[in-house]
Design a protein. Structure first.
Length: 162
């Protein structure tokens, strides 16, 4: 008697499984064919990148160093020079994504909203150097015309100013 009960339980389990399979075969697919179709979740946090200004096509960074100061991972480096109008011009901005924890503190602290998370999730490389991104790469190189200033007199080898 126990064998017959086990047989019907197993048969009912098989029928239930086939029923689930048939029901899902008529519903639309949930999975995507990855290389052809890509789905990025709305709250995805990819690598840090610059926001492109719609009017000028340039970045919005004013070289204030707020992102550098707040970064807990110390993964950013910034270099700026002053132009003839004494305005800071960004000449180099690199982010080491080997160290970046994607905490978004740099994005939150930026006064001009110049930084954002990109939607790039295909970050794969063979060396660590490939994860050091120059954020100024897609933008034209800045032209910095420095102010000519007189250099202070250099001390002579004898110890007196020339």
């Amino acid at each position: 008697m126990n064998t017959i009960i086990n047989f019907f339980k197993g048969f009912w389990s098989l029928v239930a499984g086939i029923g689930v399979t048939i029901r899902y075969s008529f519903k639309p697919r949930v999975t995507l064919e990855y290389p052809k179709k890509r789905l990025t979740p709305p709250r995805f946090k990819g690598p840090i990148s610059f926001v492109r200004d719609e009017k000028t096509g340039d970045h919005l960074c004013i070289s204030c160093n707020a992102c550098i100061k707040i970064c807990p991972s110390a993964c950013m480096s910034l270099k700026a020079e002053r132009d003839a109008n004494n305005k800071r011009i960004l000449t180099d901005f690199k982010v080491n994504h080997n160290l970046c924890s994607l905490c978004s503190l740099c994005i939150q602290v930026c006064p001009t909203d110049a930084l954002e998370h990109s939607m790039n999730y295909d970050e794969a490389a063979y060396s660590q150097k490939d994860f050091i991104h120059d954020l100024l790469e897609p933008f034209p190189k800045p032209v910095v015309t420095k102010i000519k200033t007189e250099s202070p007199p250099q001390p002579s080898p004898g110890g007196t100013a020339a």
